[in-house]
Design a protein around this ligand. Structure first.
Ligand code: NAD
Ligand code: DAU
Length: 350
């Protein structure tokens, strides 16, 4: 049996990765380690809770002694590392939390893996989940490839770039078996409503202003979150040690065009007059250092490992809206922090 540590498994993408691994690999023992910050939510995983190959542990990757002890106790075969502070606006307001979790936390995990695996990496793997934001910003044309030079601009992307460098350094210096993937913007269910798409859905639903930064001309490349989880699965199992893969949807949208499409779909779903939701669009002060455009060239992943995105954007967006409209309680809980008490009620006795 493979014992796999997934960090950040109570977050948006992590919960999709945990669900996929628990359901698709009954022979694996999946240990989900998460600090349960504001973004971590065990209500994302009620369908796998209680599974015989799943265990949740509450803990902080910044706590080096705890991480060392965890590796000694569990003797993990592999790590899939997603835990991070993930929101760019928060990193602008409070960079140090990003340094602590994204840089120090990652190095703590690398140290524990290296010490525990003692140079025998033949059946071990450290998978670091990263972002396309490490490459900086594109102009009107071009795409990020795996060979694009790092040029991060926000405290968030600088912290992720730093952690990527540490992961590669542990491969080059100590021979640790590592793989890294850099993915574009994800969307789908269980996305915390501080990020553009769930925030807009929630605000439109509640007839509140939809804030568009600057002129709304920044471009993002959107990928269905379950396609990202499937890419992680494929790369985890098939990539050679030391490899990097870009993951993206080939699905570029200007923010304002995306918001207008979302408003149109919401009008239909909510039975509103056409154009009603678009009246909520409100242009606000731009994000500091706002990257103009991201676009991912994922041809390496497509050609070498056969992964392709599965869902058209309008279909994915419609499914996402349906999920949020059908899960009002989830939205109410995460916006009022009610979900934080779920851990105490479910796990207090353990
Ligand atoms: P998220 O904010 O939804 O979830 C992060 C999770 O990490 C939460 O459950 C949180 O409780 C946990 N966490 C935070 N600090 C921790 C700590 N110190 N110790 C243990 N757990 C901690 O983030 P997400 O959007 O799911 O992103 C997951 C990963 O994917 C991140 O590494 C992010 O950089 C990367 N990524 C995200 C996107 C995206 O579009 N969201 C795209 C590419 C890459
Ligand atoms: O590219 C991958 C990255 O995508 C991940 O690494 C990050 O963890 C993830 O948060 C995401 O970063 P972005 O900054 O691109 O996502 P966000 O949803 O915050 O913003 C998307 C775009 O929408 C961006 O250009 C800023 C803009 N925006 C955002 C918000 C929250 C608005 O115009 N209004 C808003 O209210």
């Amino acid at each position: 049996m493979k014992r796999i540590l997934i960090t950040g498994g109570a977050g948006f993408i992590g919960s999709h990765v945990v669900r996929r691994f628990v359901k698709n690999y009954p022979d694996y023992q999946i240990i989900n380690l998460d600090k349960l910050t504001y973004a971590g939510n065990l209500l994302n995983l009620t369908d796998v809770e209680g599974g015989s190959n799943y265990e949740f542990i509450k803990g902080d990757i910044v706590d080096a002694a705890f991480i060392t002890e965890l590796f000694t106790t569990y003797q993990f075969d592999a790590v899939v590392h997603l835990a991070a502070e993930s929101h760019v606006d928060r990193s602008i307001a409070s960079p140090m939390e990003f340094v602590m979790t994204n840089v120090i936390g990652t190095v703590n995990l690398l140290n524990a893996a290296r010490e525990n695996w003692k140079g025998d990496y033949s059946k071990k793997r450290f998978y670091h989940v990263s972002t396309d934001e490490v490459y900086g910003a594109l102009g009107e044309s071009g795409m990020f490839t795996e060979a694009t030079a790092y040029d991060p601009h926000s405290p968030y992307s600088a912290s992720k770039a730093s952690s990527d460098h540490f992961v590669r350094a542990y491969h080059d210096t100590y021979g640790l078996d590592v793989v890294i993937s850099n993915c574009s913007n994800n969307y789908g269910s269980h996305h915390f409503p501080e990020k553009l798409i769930p925030l807009a859905i929630n605000n439109i639903k509640n007839n509140k202003a939809v804030p568009v930064y600057g002129k709304g001309e920044n471009v993002r490349d959107w990928l269905w979150v379950e396609d990202h989880a499937r890419a992680i699965d494929v790369i985890f199992h098939q990539a050679k040690a030391g490899e990097t893969y870009n993951i993206g949807g080939h699905n570029e949208w200007k923010n304002i065009d995306l918001i207008k499409l979302l408003c149109k779909l919401m009008d239909q779903k909510l039975g509103r007059e056409e154009g009603a939701s678009a009246q909520l669009i409100t242009y606000v002060t731009d994000r500091a250092g706002h990257d103009l455009r991201y676009a991912i060239d994922s041809s390496k992943l497509q050609q070498q490992l056969g992964w392709v995105p599965s869902l058209q954007f309008e279909e994915g967006l419609a499914k996402t809206i349906d999920w949020y409209l059908e899960n009002e309680q989830w939205l109410d809980d995460v916006t009022s922090s009610n979900y934080q008490s779920y851990y105490e009620t479910q796990y207090a006795e353990r």
